[in-house]
Design a protein. Sequence first.
Length: 137
Amino acid sequence: MTWVLWFDLPVLVGFAAAIVRYAWAWDARHVIGMAIAAVGFALWFTARLQLGKSFAVLPKARALVTSGLYSKFRNPIYLFGGMAYAGLIIAWGKALPIIVFFLLYPFYQFQRARKEAEVLEKTFGDEYRRYRAGTWL
């Protein structure tokens, strides 16, 4: 079932392809949105690779990953995945999806990250608390 771990990859790529294919005009909004999405996607993919076998759909504490992007950010997958989707939604240019995304995604990110933090703190204790104190988001 390892395909589940990468399910969001074709969704993100498909969304980007649809925006590229059906964009009526490549104005500044499209270019800026797609640039944000490209940077977000590259960093999201890097974070997923760096997390390795510790990635799980449901919060699990397999190992405390503290290197690479994880040395600066506790949740780079959420941060940069959100950045990639935000860029695509900006490029898409529809008001309602932009509003919904920017209202709901931070709530989703906070809830998911909070659950993961509880599991990691319970498993790794002081080691996780020290790590958390030295990282952002």
